[in-house]
Ligand binder design. Structure first.
Ligand code: NAD
Ligand code: ZN
Length: 362
């Protein structure tokens, strides 16, 4: 049977035959309980048929569909799911299976952790980003009051099944989005992985599995040390203080907002500029990061005002006291948490970053 990575909190199974184990788990643990599958319209079309094909016919599932899009990671959508579950007789022995990207996974995890004070949750990530990041680590949540992930819980899924072939139907933008979180893992923890990543032009589905596994390993090494994100886990926020501000701003102001991973890619560049100013990251390493990520995300056009973004940065829940909190890299492959910078330096790092995305190539 495929590879298993038993992280401290959940069993993560990878590869073509991971659904054999899913079938066993359903048969052994959830025979009598109701089984709900949460999808959006895209994962219902592209992923659900593959999952259902791998299960015996006599297993009944109820499918709940939510509309795709970050703007639907909301309290309104939660209420609709809570209602649907209650109307269908959800019980404490029920299981909710999220089949989707980070949006469906975060939402499904939050709903599962709150309905009837908590039912079991299984994650079947279908985007690269969800495979390498959001499906493990136990953070769930919704956006609220114009800010990212303001309401949420920590609950680890009972199991995570990673089937990399799901990524073949992603749009190029959604695929790229996942690459940004792989880059983040390499930049904070593995200089060799970064060298491989930055020299790669194409990521084929054949070698994707090893990139995903290494990312999950790096993420779980931080989560194990600090499950509730009080200290060491902040390392995973590299790129996210500016990234979340960009994402929240663009959801509010743009008809085609940035994907989470795209905002993170821009955040990685900006926070590398900051790392250079604050921690002395070598200029040559900074340029490697800038060149690699700006090439991959060159289709983006960034007409953002650094001054406007500062308001979102100040509203971030990562802040300790009144100051924006950053994780920064003193060199590629290592990270320092709880770093600070003056507002002018933060704005300057954003300006330098946006200058790389002034003339998008379509
Ligand atoms: N919980 C965590 O630790 C954590 C970590 C990182 C990101 N996140 C969250 O994850 C979210 C972003 O996740 P995402 O990038 O996966 O976005 P997403 O879930 O919105 O998916 C992106 C798009 O791809 C579509 N899609 C999904 N799977 C598909 C497939 N196999 N084929 C075709 N289309 C498919 C979706 O319908 C959607 O339109 C954000 O809300 C972010 O805050 C959470
Ligand atoms: Zn992220």
């Amino acid at each position: 049977m495929g590879t298993v990575l038993t992280s401290f909190f959940s069993e993560v199974r990878f590869g073509l035959d991971c659904f054999d184990h899913f079938k066993e788990l359903i048969n052994s643990t959830y025979v009598s309980g109701k089984k709900f599958i949460l999808v959006d319209e895209n994962t219902r079309k592209h992923c659900l048929p593959i999952l259902i094909q791998s299960l015996p016919e006599n297993i009944d599932f109820e499918v709940i569909e939510v509309p795709s899009g970050e703007e639907n990671k909301s309290l309104e959508t939660c209420q609709q799911i809570w209602k649907a579950l209650l109307e269908s007789g959800v019980g404490t022995n029920s299981v909710l299976i999220s089949v989707g990207g980070g949006m469906v996974g975060d939402l499904g995890g939050f709903v599962a952790s709150t309905i009837l004070r908590g039912i079991d949750h299984i994650q079947i990530p279908t985007t690269l980003l969800a495979m390498v990041d959001s499906s493990t680590g136990g953070k769930t949540g919704i956006n609220f009051s114009g800010l990212k992930n303001q309401i949420g819980t920590f609950i680890h899924p009972k199991a995570v099944y990673i089937y990399p072939q799901f990524t073949t139907t992603l749009t190029p933008r959604d695929f790229n989005s996942g690459l940004a979180e792989i880059a983040k893992h390499a930049l904070i923890a593995d200089a060799g992985m970064w060298n491989n990543f930055s020299s790669k032009v194409e990521f084929s589905s054949i070698d994707l599995l090893s990139w995903i596994k290494r990312s999950v390993e790096i993420k779980s090494s931080f989560v194990k040390r600090d499950e509730k994100d009080k200290a060491e886990r902040h390392a995973l926020n590299f790129g996210h203080t500016i990234g979340h501000a960009l994402e929240a701003y663009s959801i509010e102001h743009s008809k085609t907002p940035l994907r989470h991973g795209e905002a993170v890619a821009i955040g990685l560049i900006a926070e590398s500029y900051l790392s250079c100013s604050v921690l002395g990251l070598l200029h040559s390493q900074l340029m490697e990061i800038v060149n690699c990520l700006s090439k991959r995300f060159k289709y983006l056009s960034l007409a953002f005002s650094p001054e406007e973004l500062m308001k979102y940065i100040y509203a971030d829940k990562k802040n300790i006291g009144a100051r924006p909190n950053f994780s920064m890299i003193p060199e590629i492959g290592s990270v320092k948490i709880n770093q600070y910078a003056d507002d002018l330096i933060i704005m300057d790092s954003m300006k330098k970053t946006f200058d790389h995305f002034l003339s998008p190539v379509s």
